[in-house]
Design a protein around this ligand. Sequence first.
Ligand code: NAP
Length: 284
Amino acid sequence: MTAAPIDGNALSQQIRAEVATRAAALTARGHQPGLAVILVGEDPASQVYVRNKVKACEQAGVHSVFSAYGADLSEADLLGRIAALNADASIHGILVQMPLPAHINAHRVIEAIAPSKDVDGYSTLSAGELLTGAPGFRPCTPYGCMKLIASTGVDLRGKHAVVIGRSNTVGKPMALLLLQAHATVTICHSATANIGQHTRQADVVVVAVGRRHTLTADMVKPGAIVIDVGINRNEAGKLCGDVDYPEVAQVASAITPVPGGVGPMTITMLLMNTIESAERASTP
Ligand code: NAP
């Protein structure tokens, strides 16, 4: 079997076109959606991520406000900036790029964002809404993975899904979203004995570890759908995921490439959350 690549760029373009249409409709009614992006420090990867987010906003007709601060910004000043954005009616989403410098308490910062503007879906309230199945903002990367899985046409009801990784931002929300879609879910992590024993039973495998070759062909059931969240570099410095793509592609039925799979979808779902926030705010 040779897997069909799941094209995250193409799906992103499709969803971003929908985002742009909804943004234009809001703007026509005098409610242009707005996203505030905050960067603290000079981490080069973070600089690239925020630049891409701001560019995606511009392309979709979403107003963006970008604030960049030096690594010596105090936590109090950052909280002050967030309070101002919370009160700004032209802003519907606030994103603080992680990681923050060590002297700033990231949890306090995330919790300071107004729940109605938590478009990253990282706050305790958003996590609780996801856990209980209440409406709310879903973390962008797992939300994007669900769209990628849906694009294959698979009905997750009754399927066995295995998530490798249990971070608060990817692995755990991913597992909850799969559960909400009626999959039977197994979560593996660094202390799991014999991960292959679990993944070999899986109809869907989502890998979010940050280590090359975490998922190899012998760990995959023929015909499974494989979603690779990981971002790594190989010996040649080229971007790659957590999955041994060329080998696993011989066994799986569908697989996301790195780059061009999950990555573009993360930004797209951030835009989608911002639009949904703006639509809510514009409804009397
Ligand atoms: P993280 O917070 O470091 O979590 C990694 C998870 O992997 C942890 O739960 C850890 O288990 C588990 N793990 C580590 N080594 C393992 C092993 N040998 N076997 C099984 N599990 C293992 O990372 P993250 O934020 O979830 O991100 C994961 C990867 O996705 C990274 O490469 C990140 O760059 C990438 N990412 C990509 C996007 C995107 O848009 N494409 C977005 C977010 C993240 P323990 O909990 O037991 O330590």
